[in-house]
Design a protein around this ligand. Structure first.
Ligand code: PLP
Length: 267
């Protein structure tokens, strides 16, 4: 009767992120990805955005104490393999998330350092980026910056794969165990992502897909990696499978709404 991919979820991912009322990015993208790939998803909300495919019209932050209460409620009851973070909004919220991770060392942290929405709205306070580098980045198993985020974190201008490698080394030195820099913003016909584990670089090449329906790409990609990790895949395989998933999700995206439609999670 129901077309379920798997009868029982395998692995558990907790997403700590903002809500996108349009359903394309943020916590909504994360839960769709985790669920449709067959794991259990829980969610801790950091902010509400009033948003559709044309942009963010307003943001309402969740008080850090209430973020901490959500973290405690989930982590004291539900087994979590991977904590995936997206929009974190403020230094106070980053501190609450870091404290929860310090008390739950068995969970892997996949940190998507979300900074800007496509339309330019800031999804994190300016000064909170510095705090994120100092407080949360050293706790990460994997960080997944795009090019502008990697430039902001590393202070390095990236114009090619060499620059991506330099930035990956710099961000690895800040304490993340693994660094995945996504090359989609380099603007040529390929979209090469680079994974650095502190000793070797692995390239994940893909042909660029020209589409305006790319809303939620970063959230979906990081959530897919988190899900495959929660299911026990080694990092290199988790990234390869997630890259395949996001490529297909962009290729098959439908034009929902009048602006940038969401990627297709229903693959
Ligand atoms: N998180 C929230 C709540 C957002 O609204 C957005 C973008 O608008 C993002 C994350 C980042 O989206 P993307 O996956 O397109 O980078």
């Amino acid at each position: 009767m129901f077309n379920r991919k798997a009868p029982f979820p395998r692995g558990s991912v907790m997403s700590v992120a903002g809500s996108d009322s349009g359903g394309g990015a943020g916590i909504q993208a994360d839960l769709k990805t985790v669920t449709l790939l067959g794991s259990y998803g829980s969610s801790v909300l950091t902010a509400l955005t009033a948003q559709n495919t044309r942009g963010v019209s307003n943001i309402h932050g969740v008080p850090a104490e209430f973020v901490a209460e959500q973290l405690t409620a989930v982590l004291s009851d539900i087994p979590v393999d991977v904590i995936k973070t997206g929009m974190l909004f403020s230094s106070q919220i980053i501190d609450a998330v870091a404290s929860a991770i310090e008390s739950n060392r068995n969970c892997l942290l996949v940190l998507d350092p979300v900074m800007l929405a496509k339309g330019g709205a800031a999804l994190i306070d300016r000064e909170a980026v510095t705090f994120l580098k100092l407080r949360l980045l050293p706790l990460a198993y994997l960080i997944t910056p795009n090019i502008p985020e990697a430039e902001r974190l590393s202070g390095i201008d990236i114009i090619d794969e060499d620059g991506m490698q330099q930035a990956a080394r710099a961000i690895h030195r800040m304490g993340s165990r693994n660094v995945l820099i996504k090359g989609g913003h380099l603007g040529d016909n390929n979209s090469v992502d680079i994974l650095f584990d502190g000793s070797a670089f692995i390239r994940y090449p893909a042909q660029r897909i020209h589409s305006k329906n790319t809303h939620g790409t970063g959230c979906t990609f990081a959530s897919a990696i988190a899900t495959f990790l929660a299911q026990g895949e080694p990092l290199q395989i988790a990234v390869a499978k997630a890259k395949q998933f996001i490529t297909e999700a962009i290729k098959t995206a439908q034009p929902i709404g009048k602006g940038h439609g969401p990627v297709n999670h229903y693959i």
